[in-house]
Design a protein around this ligand. Structure first.
Ligand SMILES: Nc1nc2c(ncn2[C@@H]2O[C@H](COP(=O)(O)OP(=O)(O)OP(=O)(O)O)[C@@H](O)[C@H]2O)c(=O)[nH]1
Ligand SMILES: [Mg+2]
Length: 320
């Protein structure tokens, strides 16, 4: 909606030439609410249109299930083939961005020095202080940079917003043997988002039983592929990686890419809407509470306010 600033244009040039520092700076601009954030994305996408797309793998599972450990092991395999990877960690368990970065630095320590790996952590609250970070936008800028793989880590399950890892080209759900039996897992609905299931911590008792339960319980539905692994010692990760590659379907990747674009549009909308909602005054809310005004009408008035604010901004832009 706003044109590219000269600073962003210069950064984009360096970004297109493969400069990771420029990538980092552009990501920060997008994350921190630069007015030309969407223009940056559009320019990056245009420049990358003819390039091969990276494979985007969502890694999702409960806190502590071993997602970062698994990602670290996958990166070793990716790097051994000479391919490059970006990791995006969305960490809802930590209210502080710094905490998220620290934890992942420990887990993925070996890769922080490697130029073929780029790791970015987002706190789930976002730099803007809103409820959700601009994850779809961040993923899109990583997608256009020229990596071979993008690995997106989120706890995903149970979040109210659809999260971007769940619309990875392919989604790996990480479970643990001590998280309950197969019936509970199936009931919780988490299997719905999974293309592949990794039962990590197979060194703990119950992994074999959980794998058998899941295979048995998913009978009749498209069979879910279940792999047991011990990510902490790299066991079973090669098999999972091979399964990821053979499960890859260009048509599905295409569909999921559209879903990510949908999330991106929704994210902008949610930001505006959240700002309007949190700007509601005591008086307006009191009127609703006391039955003096109609809540739906109030929502419509907010929507109208938003529309006129945005058309004013657009006509202002035309004057520039
Ligand atoms: N026993 C066992 N422990 C493991 C295994 N893989 C990871 N862990 C441990 O599980 C803990 C959590 O691992 P992480 O990789 O940080 O898990 P995560 O899912 O990324 O956690 P969050 O990012 O906090 O949601 C760490 O202490 C790991 O060392 C495994 O295969 N077996
Ligand atoms: Mg982690």
């Amino acid at each position: 909606m706003y044109g590219l600033s000269p600073r962003s244009a210069a950064l984009l040039e360096a970004y297109a030439a493969g400069d990771q520092l420029a990538l980092a700076k552009l990501l920060t601009r997008i994350e921190s609410g630069a007015p030309d954030a969407s223009a940056i994305l559009q320019a990056a996408r245009r420049a990358a249109a003819a390039r091969p797309r990276p494979r985007i793998l969502g890694i999702t599972g409960s806190p502590g299930s071993g997602k970062s450990t698994l990602i670290s092991a996958l990166i070793q395999l990716i790097r051994a083939r000479g391919e490059r990877a970006a990791v995006l960690c969305v960490d809802p368990s930590s209210p502080f961005g710094g905490g998220a970065v620290l934890g992942d630095r420990i887990r993925m320590g070996a890769h922080f020095q490697d130029q073929g790996v780029y790791i970015r952590s987002l706190s789930s609250r976002g730099l803007l202080g809103g409820l959700s970070p601009r994850t779809p936008q961040i993923a899109a800028l990583l997608e256009c940079f020229g990596f071979d793989w993008i690995l997106i880590e989120t706890v995903g399950v149970g979040q109210s917003e659809v999260d971007v890892a769940q619309v990875g080209d392919l989604v790996v759900l990480v479970l643990n043997p001590n998280q309950g039996d197969g019936v509970q897992v199936v009931k919780s609905g988490v299997l719905e988002i999974a293309d592949l299931v990794a039962i990590n911590k197979a060194d703990l008792p119950g992994a074999g039983q959980l794998a058998r339960d899941l295979r048995f319980l998913s009978e009749g539905r498209p069979a879910v592929q279940v792999y047991s692994l011990i990510a902490a010692s790299n066991q079973g990760v090669g098999e999972l990686f091979a399964a990821v590659e053979s499960a890859w379907q260009p048509q599905q990747a295409e569909k999921r890419a559209l879903e990510r674009a949908r999330l991106e549009v929704a994210q902008w909308g949610r930001e505006w809407w959240n700002a309007e909602i949190s700007g509601l005054g005591v008086q307006e809310l009191e009127q609703v509470r006391l039955g003096q005004s109609d809540s739906l009408q109030l929502a419509r008035r907010l929507q109208a306010r938003l529309t006129s604010a945005h058309s004013a901004a657009r006509s202002g832009e035309g004057d520039q």
